[in-house]
Design a protein around this ligand. Structure first.
Ligand code: MG
Length: 292
């Protein structure tokens, strides 16, 4: 196999960083996504590439408390990938944080691998908090965890959850939104990947969900809209959530991240056709050349 398609060993710490320091991490994550998908010969390219900048800040900017060497640490914050098909981006972040060996990324979607095409808690990969992929379900799991943290355990832990925008066409998302607001879940940070793409085309053409900010506001959320490819903006969004959560404002938070599907790979960017396709070798090598 071409040397360029192998994984390097770099790990990143979860620490406060300046905006420009996230660039290198986001590139590494995107390179991992391309390499994993090429090796798997199946899987989703567009969504994971589009949300890589958000993952770089969330996992490596000290906004989420975790211990990679102790994944079940009782005081950890939790991350739920409601859009389970985005898993290459999560697998990369977990590997780069040290939850499991970097070279295991090469087993994505292979028989017996801990890295299945949607995250399975039963596969035993450290850092996976819930089995997800049935769209609209993960956010309800996250709401349940946040209720338990706030009212039963009465701790200061936070729950982060990512959904797609097309995923919001699932009615269960809005039941989760109602519950989050009803229970004043200021420990919940819901991130929406607002790329206006889903498998069949533009979200607004398939089933219009907009205007999202007004919908979430009417559901009682503190709404933060950010440019999901601008690190200053992403940092500011997570800072606002952290501060509001500390202040216990009594409202759940949604970060609506304006992104482009397939971001940073020229032939994939903003193309819904890359929702569920992997690159072939030639395409992977072009993508890796661009991701430097
Ligand atoms: Mg989408």
């Amino acid at each position: 196999m071409n040397e360029l398609l192998k994984f390097d060993e770099k790990l990143f710490k979860n620490q406060k960083r300046k905006a420009q320091e996230f660039e290198e991490i986001a590139i590494e994550i995107r390179r991992d996504i391309i390499k994993m998908l090429f090796q798997a010969k199946s899987g989703h390219s567009g969504g994971p590439l589009g949300i890589a900048d958000i993952f770089a800040v969330l996992f490596f900017g000290a906004y989420m408390n975790y211990k990679a060497e102790e994944p079940s640490w009782k005081e950890r914050d939790r991350f739920i990938l409601s859009s389970g098909h985005y898993c290459p981006v999560l697998y990369s972040a977990l590997a780069r944080a040290g939850f499991y060996p970097v070279e295991e990324m090469a087993t994505l979607r292979k028989f017996g691998s801990r890295l299945q095409g949607h995250p399975g808690r039963d596969m035993g990969l450290p850092g996976i908090e819930a089995s997800t992929g049935s769209l609209g379900q993960g956010i309800s799991i996250a709401v349940g965890m946040a209720i338990s943290d706030k009212y039963l355990d009465k701790n200061e832990q936070k729950v982060f959850c990512l959904t797609g925008d097309g995923e919001l066409q699932e009615g269960s998302c809005w039941e989760a939104a109602m519950a989050a607001s009803n229970y004043k879940l200021d420990n919940l940070c819901w991130i929406v990947d607002n790329n206006d793409c889903q498998i069949d085309g533009r979200v607004q053409d398939v089933m219009n969900i907009y205007p999202l900010d007004e919908k979430f506001k009417s559901f009682g959320f503190n709404v933060i809209v950010c440019d999901g490819h601008n690190f200053e903006d992403i940092i500011s969004a997570f800072e606002q959530f952290s501060n509001n959560s500390k202040k216990k404002i009594g409202k759940p938070c949604v970060i609506i991240a304006e992104t482009k599907m397939g971001r940073a790979v020229s032939f994939m960017e903003d193309k819904h056709q890359w929702h569920g396709n992997p690159p072939n070798e030639e395409q992977a090598l072009i993508a890796l050349k661009e991701l430097k």
